[in-house]
Design a protein around this ligand. Structure first.
Ligand code: PMP
Ligand code: GLU
Length: 416
């Protein structure tokens, strides 16, 4: 007898970013010269003092269960981070250490949403938000933003997405995939819309430290103190300290929600890895110099990529990314063209042709709810970046260009 899996898991797909990374790595393992610009993962080693802290934890035998919510000194260091850097007071009891940023978001959604609820996701969005909303039983509702307005969610777009069922809003600045950074005044305008409405806000601050062009970080709890009790801040050490594999994230929430998250976690995963927690403590309390260096390198690469993209026929970057480590050019000018024998009907076709013909891995915009675009991560060496974009420029330069297709089906299919 073949039994079906639960209804809740219907329609859940593997993370496309992780799937593309796995494909690029498999091609590399076969000896192919793949330039992997698909994955958002710093290409730097975890700083030495952080690794040493983990080695010491093992040597000291710090290898047993810790409290499910994480060790107190680590939560104290996180509370200190919020106080000093964000001007936000959270007692350590309102902070939970999680198994990566993804797990912080998952926990928050489990604690806040359920069947019948709608959660607003500004689009383009990071791939995992809709899947996690669906896993909570709620429904994602997309609020489209535009490159002309820098992909910033405006109060009108937010207002338009709100219904009597709206229970939550996800904000992510700096943004994956666009690199958009919301200013204080952008956030204050959203706060006005939210003020008298019963809506939770999940603020995904994972790229907080990766800002360029003098941009300053702000989140809704910092800008609108009256919304602090409805805000859950989700964070992670993955990107800031090049610690993707260590799986340490954290969240700060109003007391009751922090307690629920802690209880969920105690029933689901127990504590995050004890050794990784000691490493995280060293990351937060030790020198921040490696982070500053990494940020400088990312900024140089960002400028390099923006220059290289300009030379690619069919690619346009209307909105300059000012944070994170992604560029999200519009390639809709290439839709309908025949490239490498394939007629390009979608960003997925385009990413697939670029992988096959140029051996450059990118992520199709459709994964982020935006047909016609591609996401490139510049968390790769300058040499690889130049090599990858030159391959694409050379490939597209002599592109066969039959008259543009009248079929706008790809655009319709992309509409959320
Ligand atoms: N939020 C965003 C916007 C991300 O890009 C990522 C990247 N993985 C995460 C959360 C989760 O990061 P992690 O689970 O590796 O800490
Ligand atoms: N957030 C990264 C990305 O978007 C890592 C992959 C993932 O966690 O999905 O590429």
């Amino acid at each position: 007898m073949k039994l079906p899996p639960s209804a809740r898991t219907q329609g859940i797909e593997p993370s496309p970013t992780l799937a593309l990374d796995a494909r690029a790595k498999a091609m590399k393992a076969e000896g192919r010269q793949v330039v992997n610009l698909a994955i958002g993962e710093p290409d730097f080693e975890t700083p030495e003092h952080i690794r040493q802290a983990a080695i010491k934890a093992i040597k000291d035998g710090f290898t047993r269960y810790t409290p499910s919510e994480g060790i107190l000194p680590l939560r104290e260091a996180m509370a200190e981070k919020f106080r000093v850097e964000n001007g936000l007071e959270y007692p350590p009891a309102d902070i939970v250490v999680t198994n990566g940023g993804k797990h912080a978001l998952y926990n928050a959604m489990q604690a806040l949403f359920g069947p019948g609820d709608e959660v607003i996701v500004p689009s383009p969005y990071w791939v995992t938000y809709p899947a996690q909303i669906l896993l909570s039983g709620a429904t994602p509702v997309y609020a489209p933003t535009s490159p002309e307005r820098g992909y910033v969610l405006g109060p009108e777009e937010l207002e338009r997405a709100i219904t009597p069922r709206t229970r939550g809003l996800i904000l992510n600045s700096p943004s994956n995939p666009t690199g958009m950074v919301a200013t204080r005044s952008d956030i204050l305008a959203l706060g006005e819309v939210l003020r008298d409405r019963p809506i939770w806000v999940i603020s995904d601050d994972i790229y907080e430290k990766l800002l360029y062009d003098g941009e300053e970080f702000a989140n809704i709890a910092m800008c609108c103190p009256e919304l602090r009790d409805r805000t859950i801040i989700c964070h992670s050490l993955s990107k800031t300290y090049s610690m993707t594999g260590w799986r340490i994230g954290f969240l700060a929430a109003p007391k009751e929600i922090a307690r629920i998250v802690k209880d969920i976690q105690s029933q689901m995963t127990s504590n995050p890895c004890s050794i990784a927690q000691k490493a995280a403590l060293a990351a937060l309390t030790g020198t921040q110099e490696p982070l500053q260096k990494m940020r400088g390198v990312f900024d140089r690469r960002r400028k390099l990529v923006l220059g290289l993209i300009k030379k690619i026929p069919g690619f346009a970057t209307t909105a300059t990314p000012k944070g994170a480590f992604y560029v999200f050019p519009d390639a809709s000018g290439l839709m309908g063209k025949t490239l490498g024998g394939t007629t390009i009907a979608s960003s997925e076709d385009l990413a697939s042709v670029l992988l096959k013909e140029c051996e450059v891995a990118s992520v199709p915009g459709s994964a982020f709810g935006q047909e016609g675009s591609l996401r490139f991560s510049y968390a790769a060496s300058e040499k690889e970046i130049v090599n990858g974009f030159e391959r694409i420029a050379n490939f597209l330069a002599p592109a066969e260009s039959p008259p543009p297709s009248e079929d706008k089906g790809w655009l319709k299919r992309a509409m959320p």
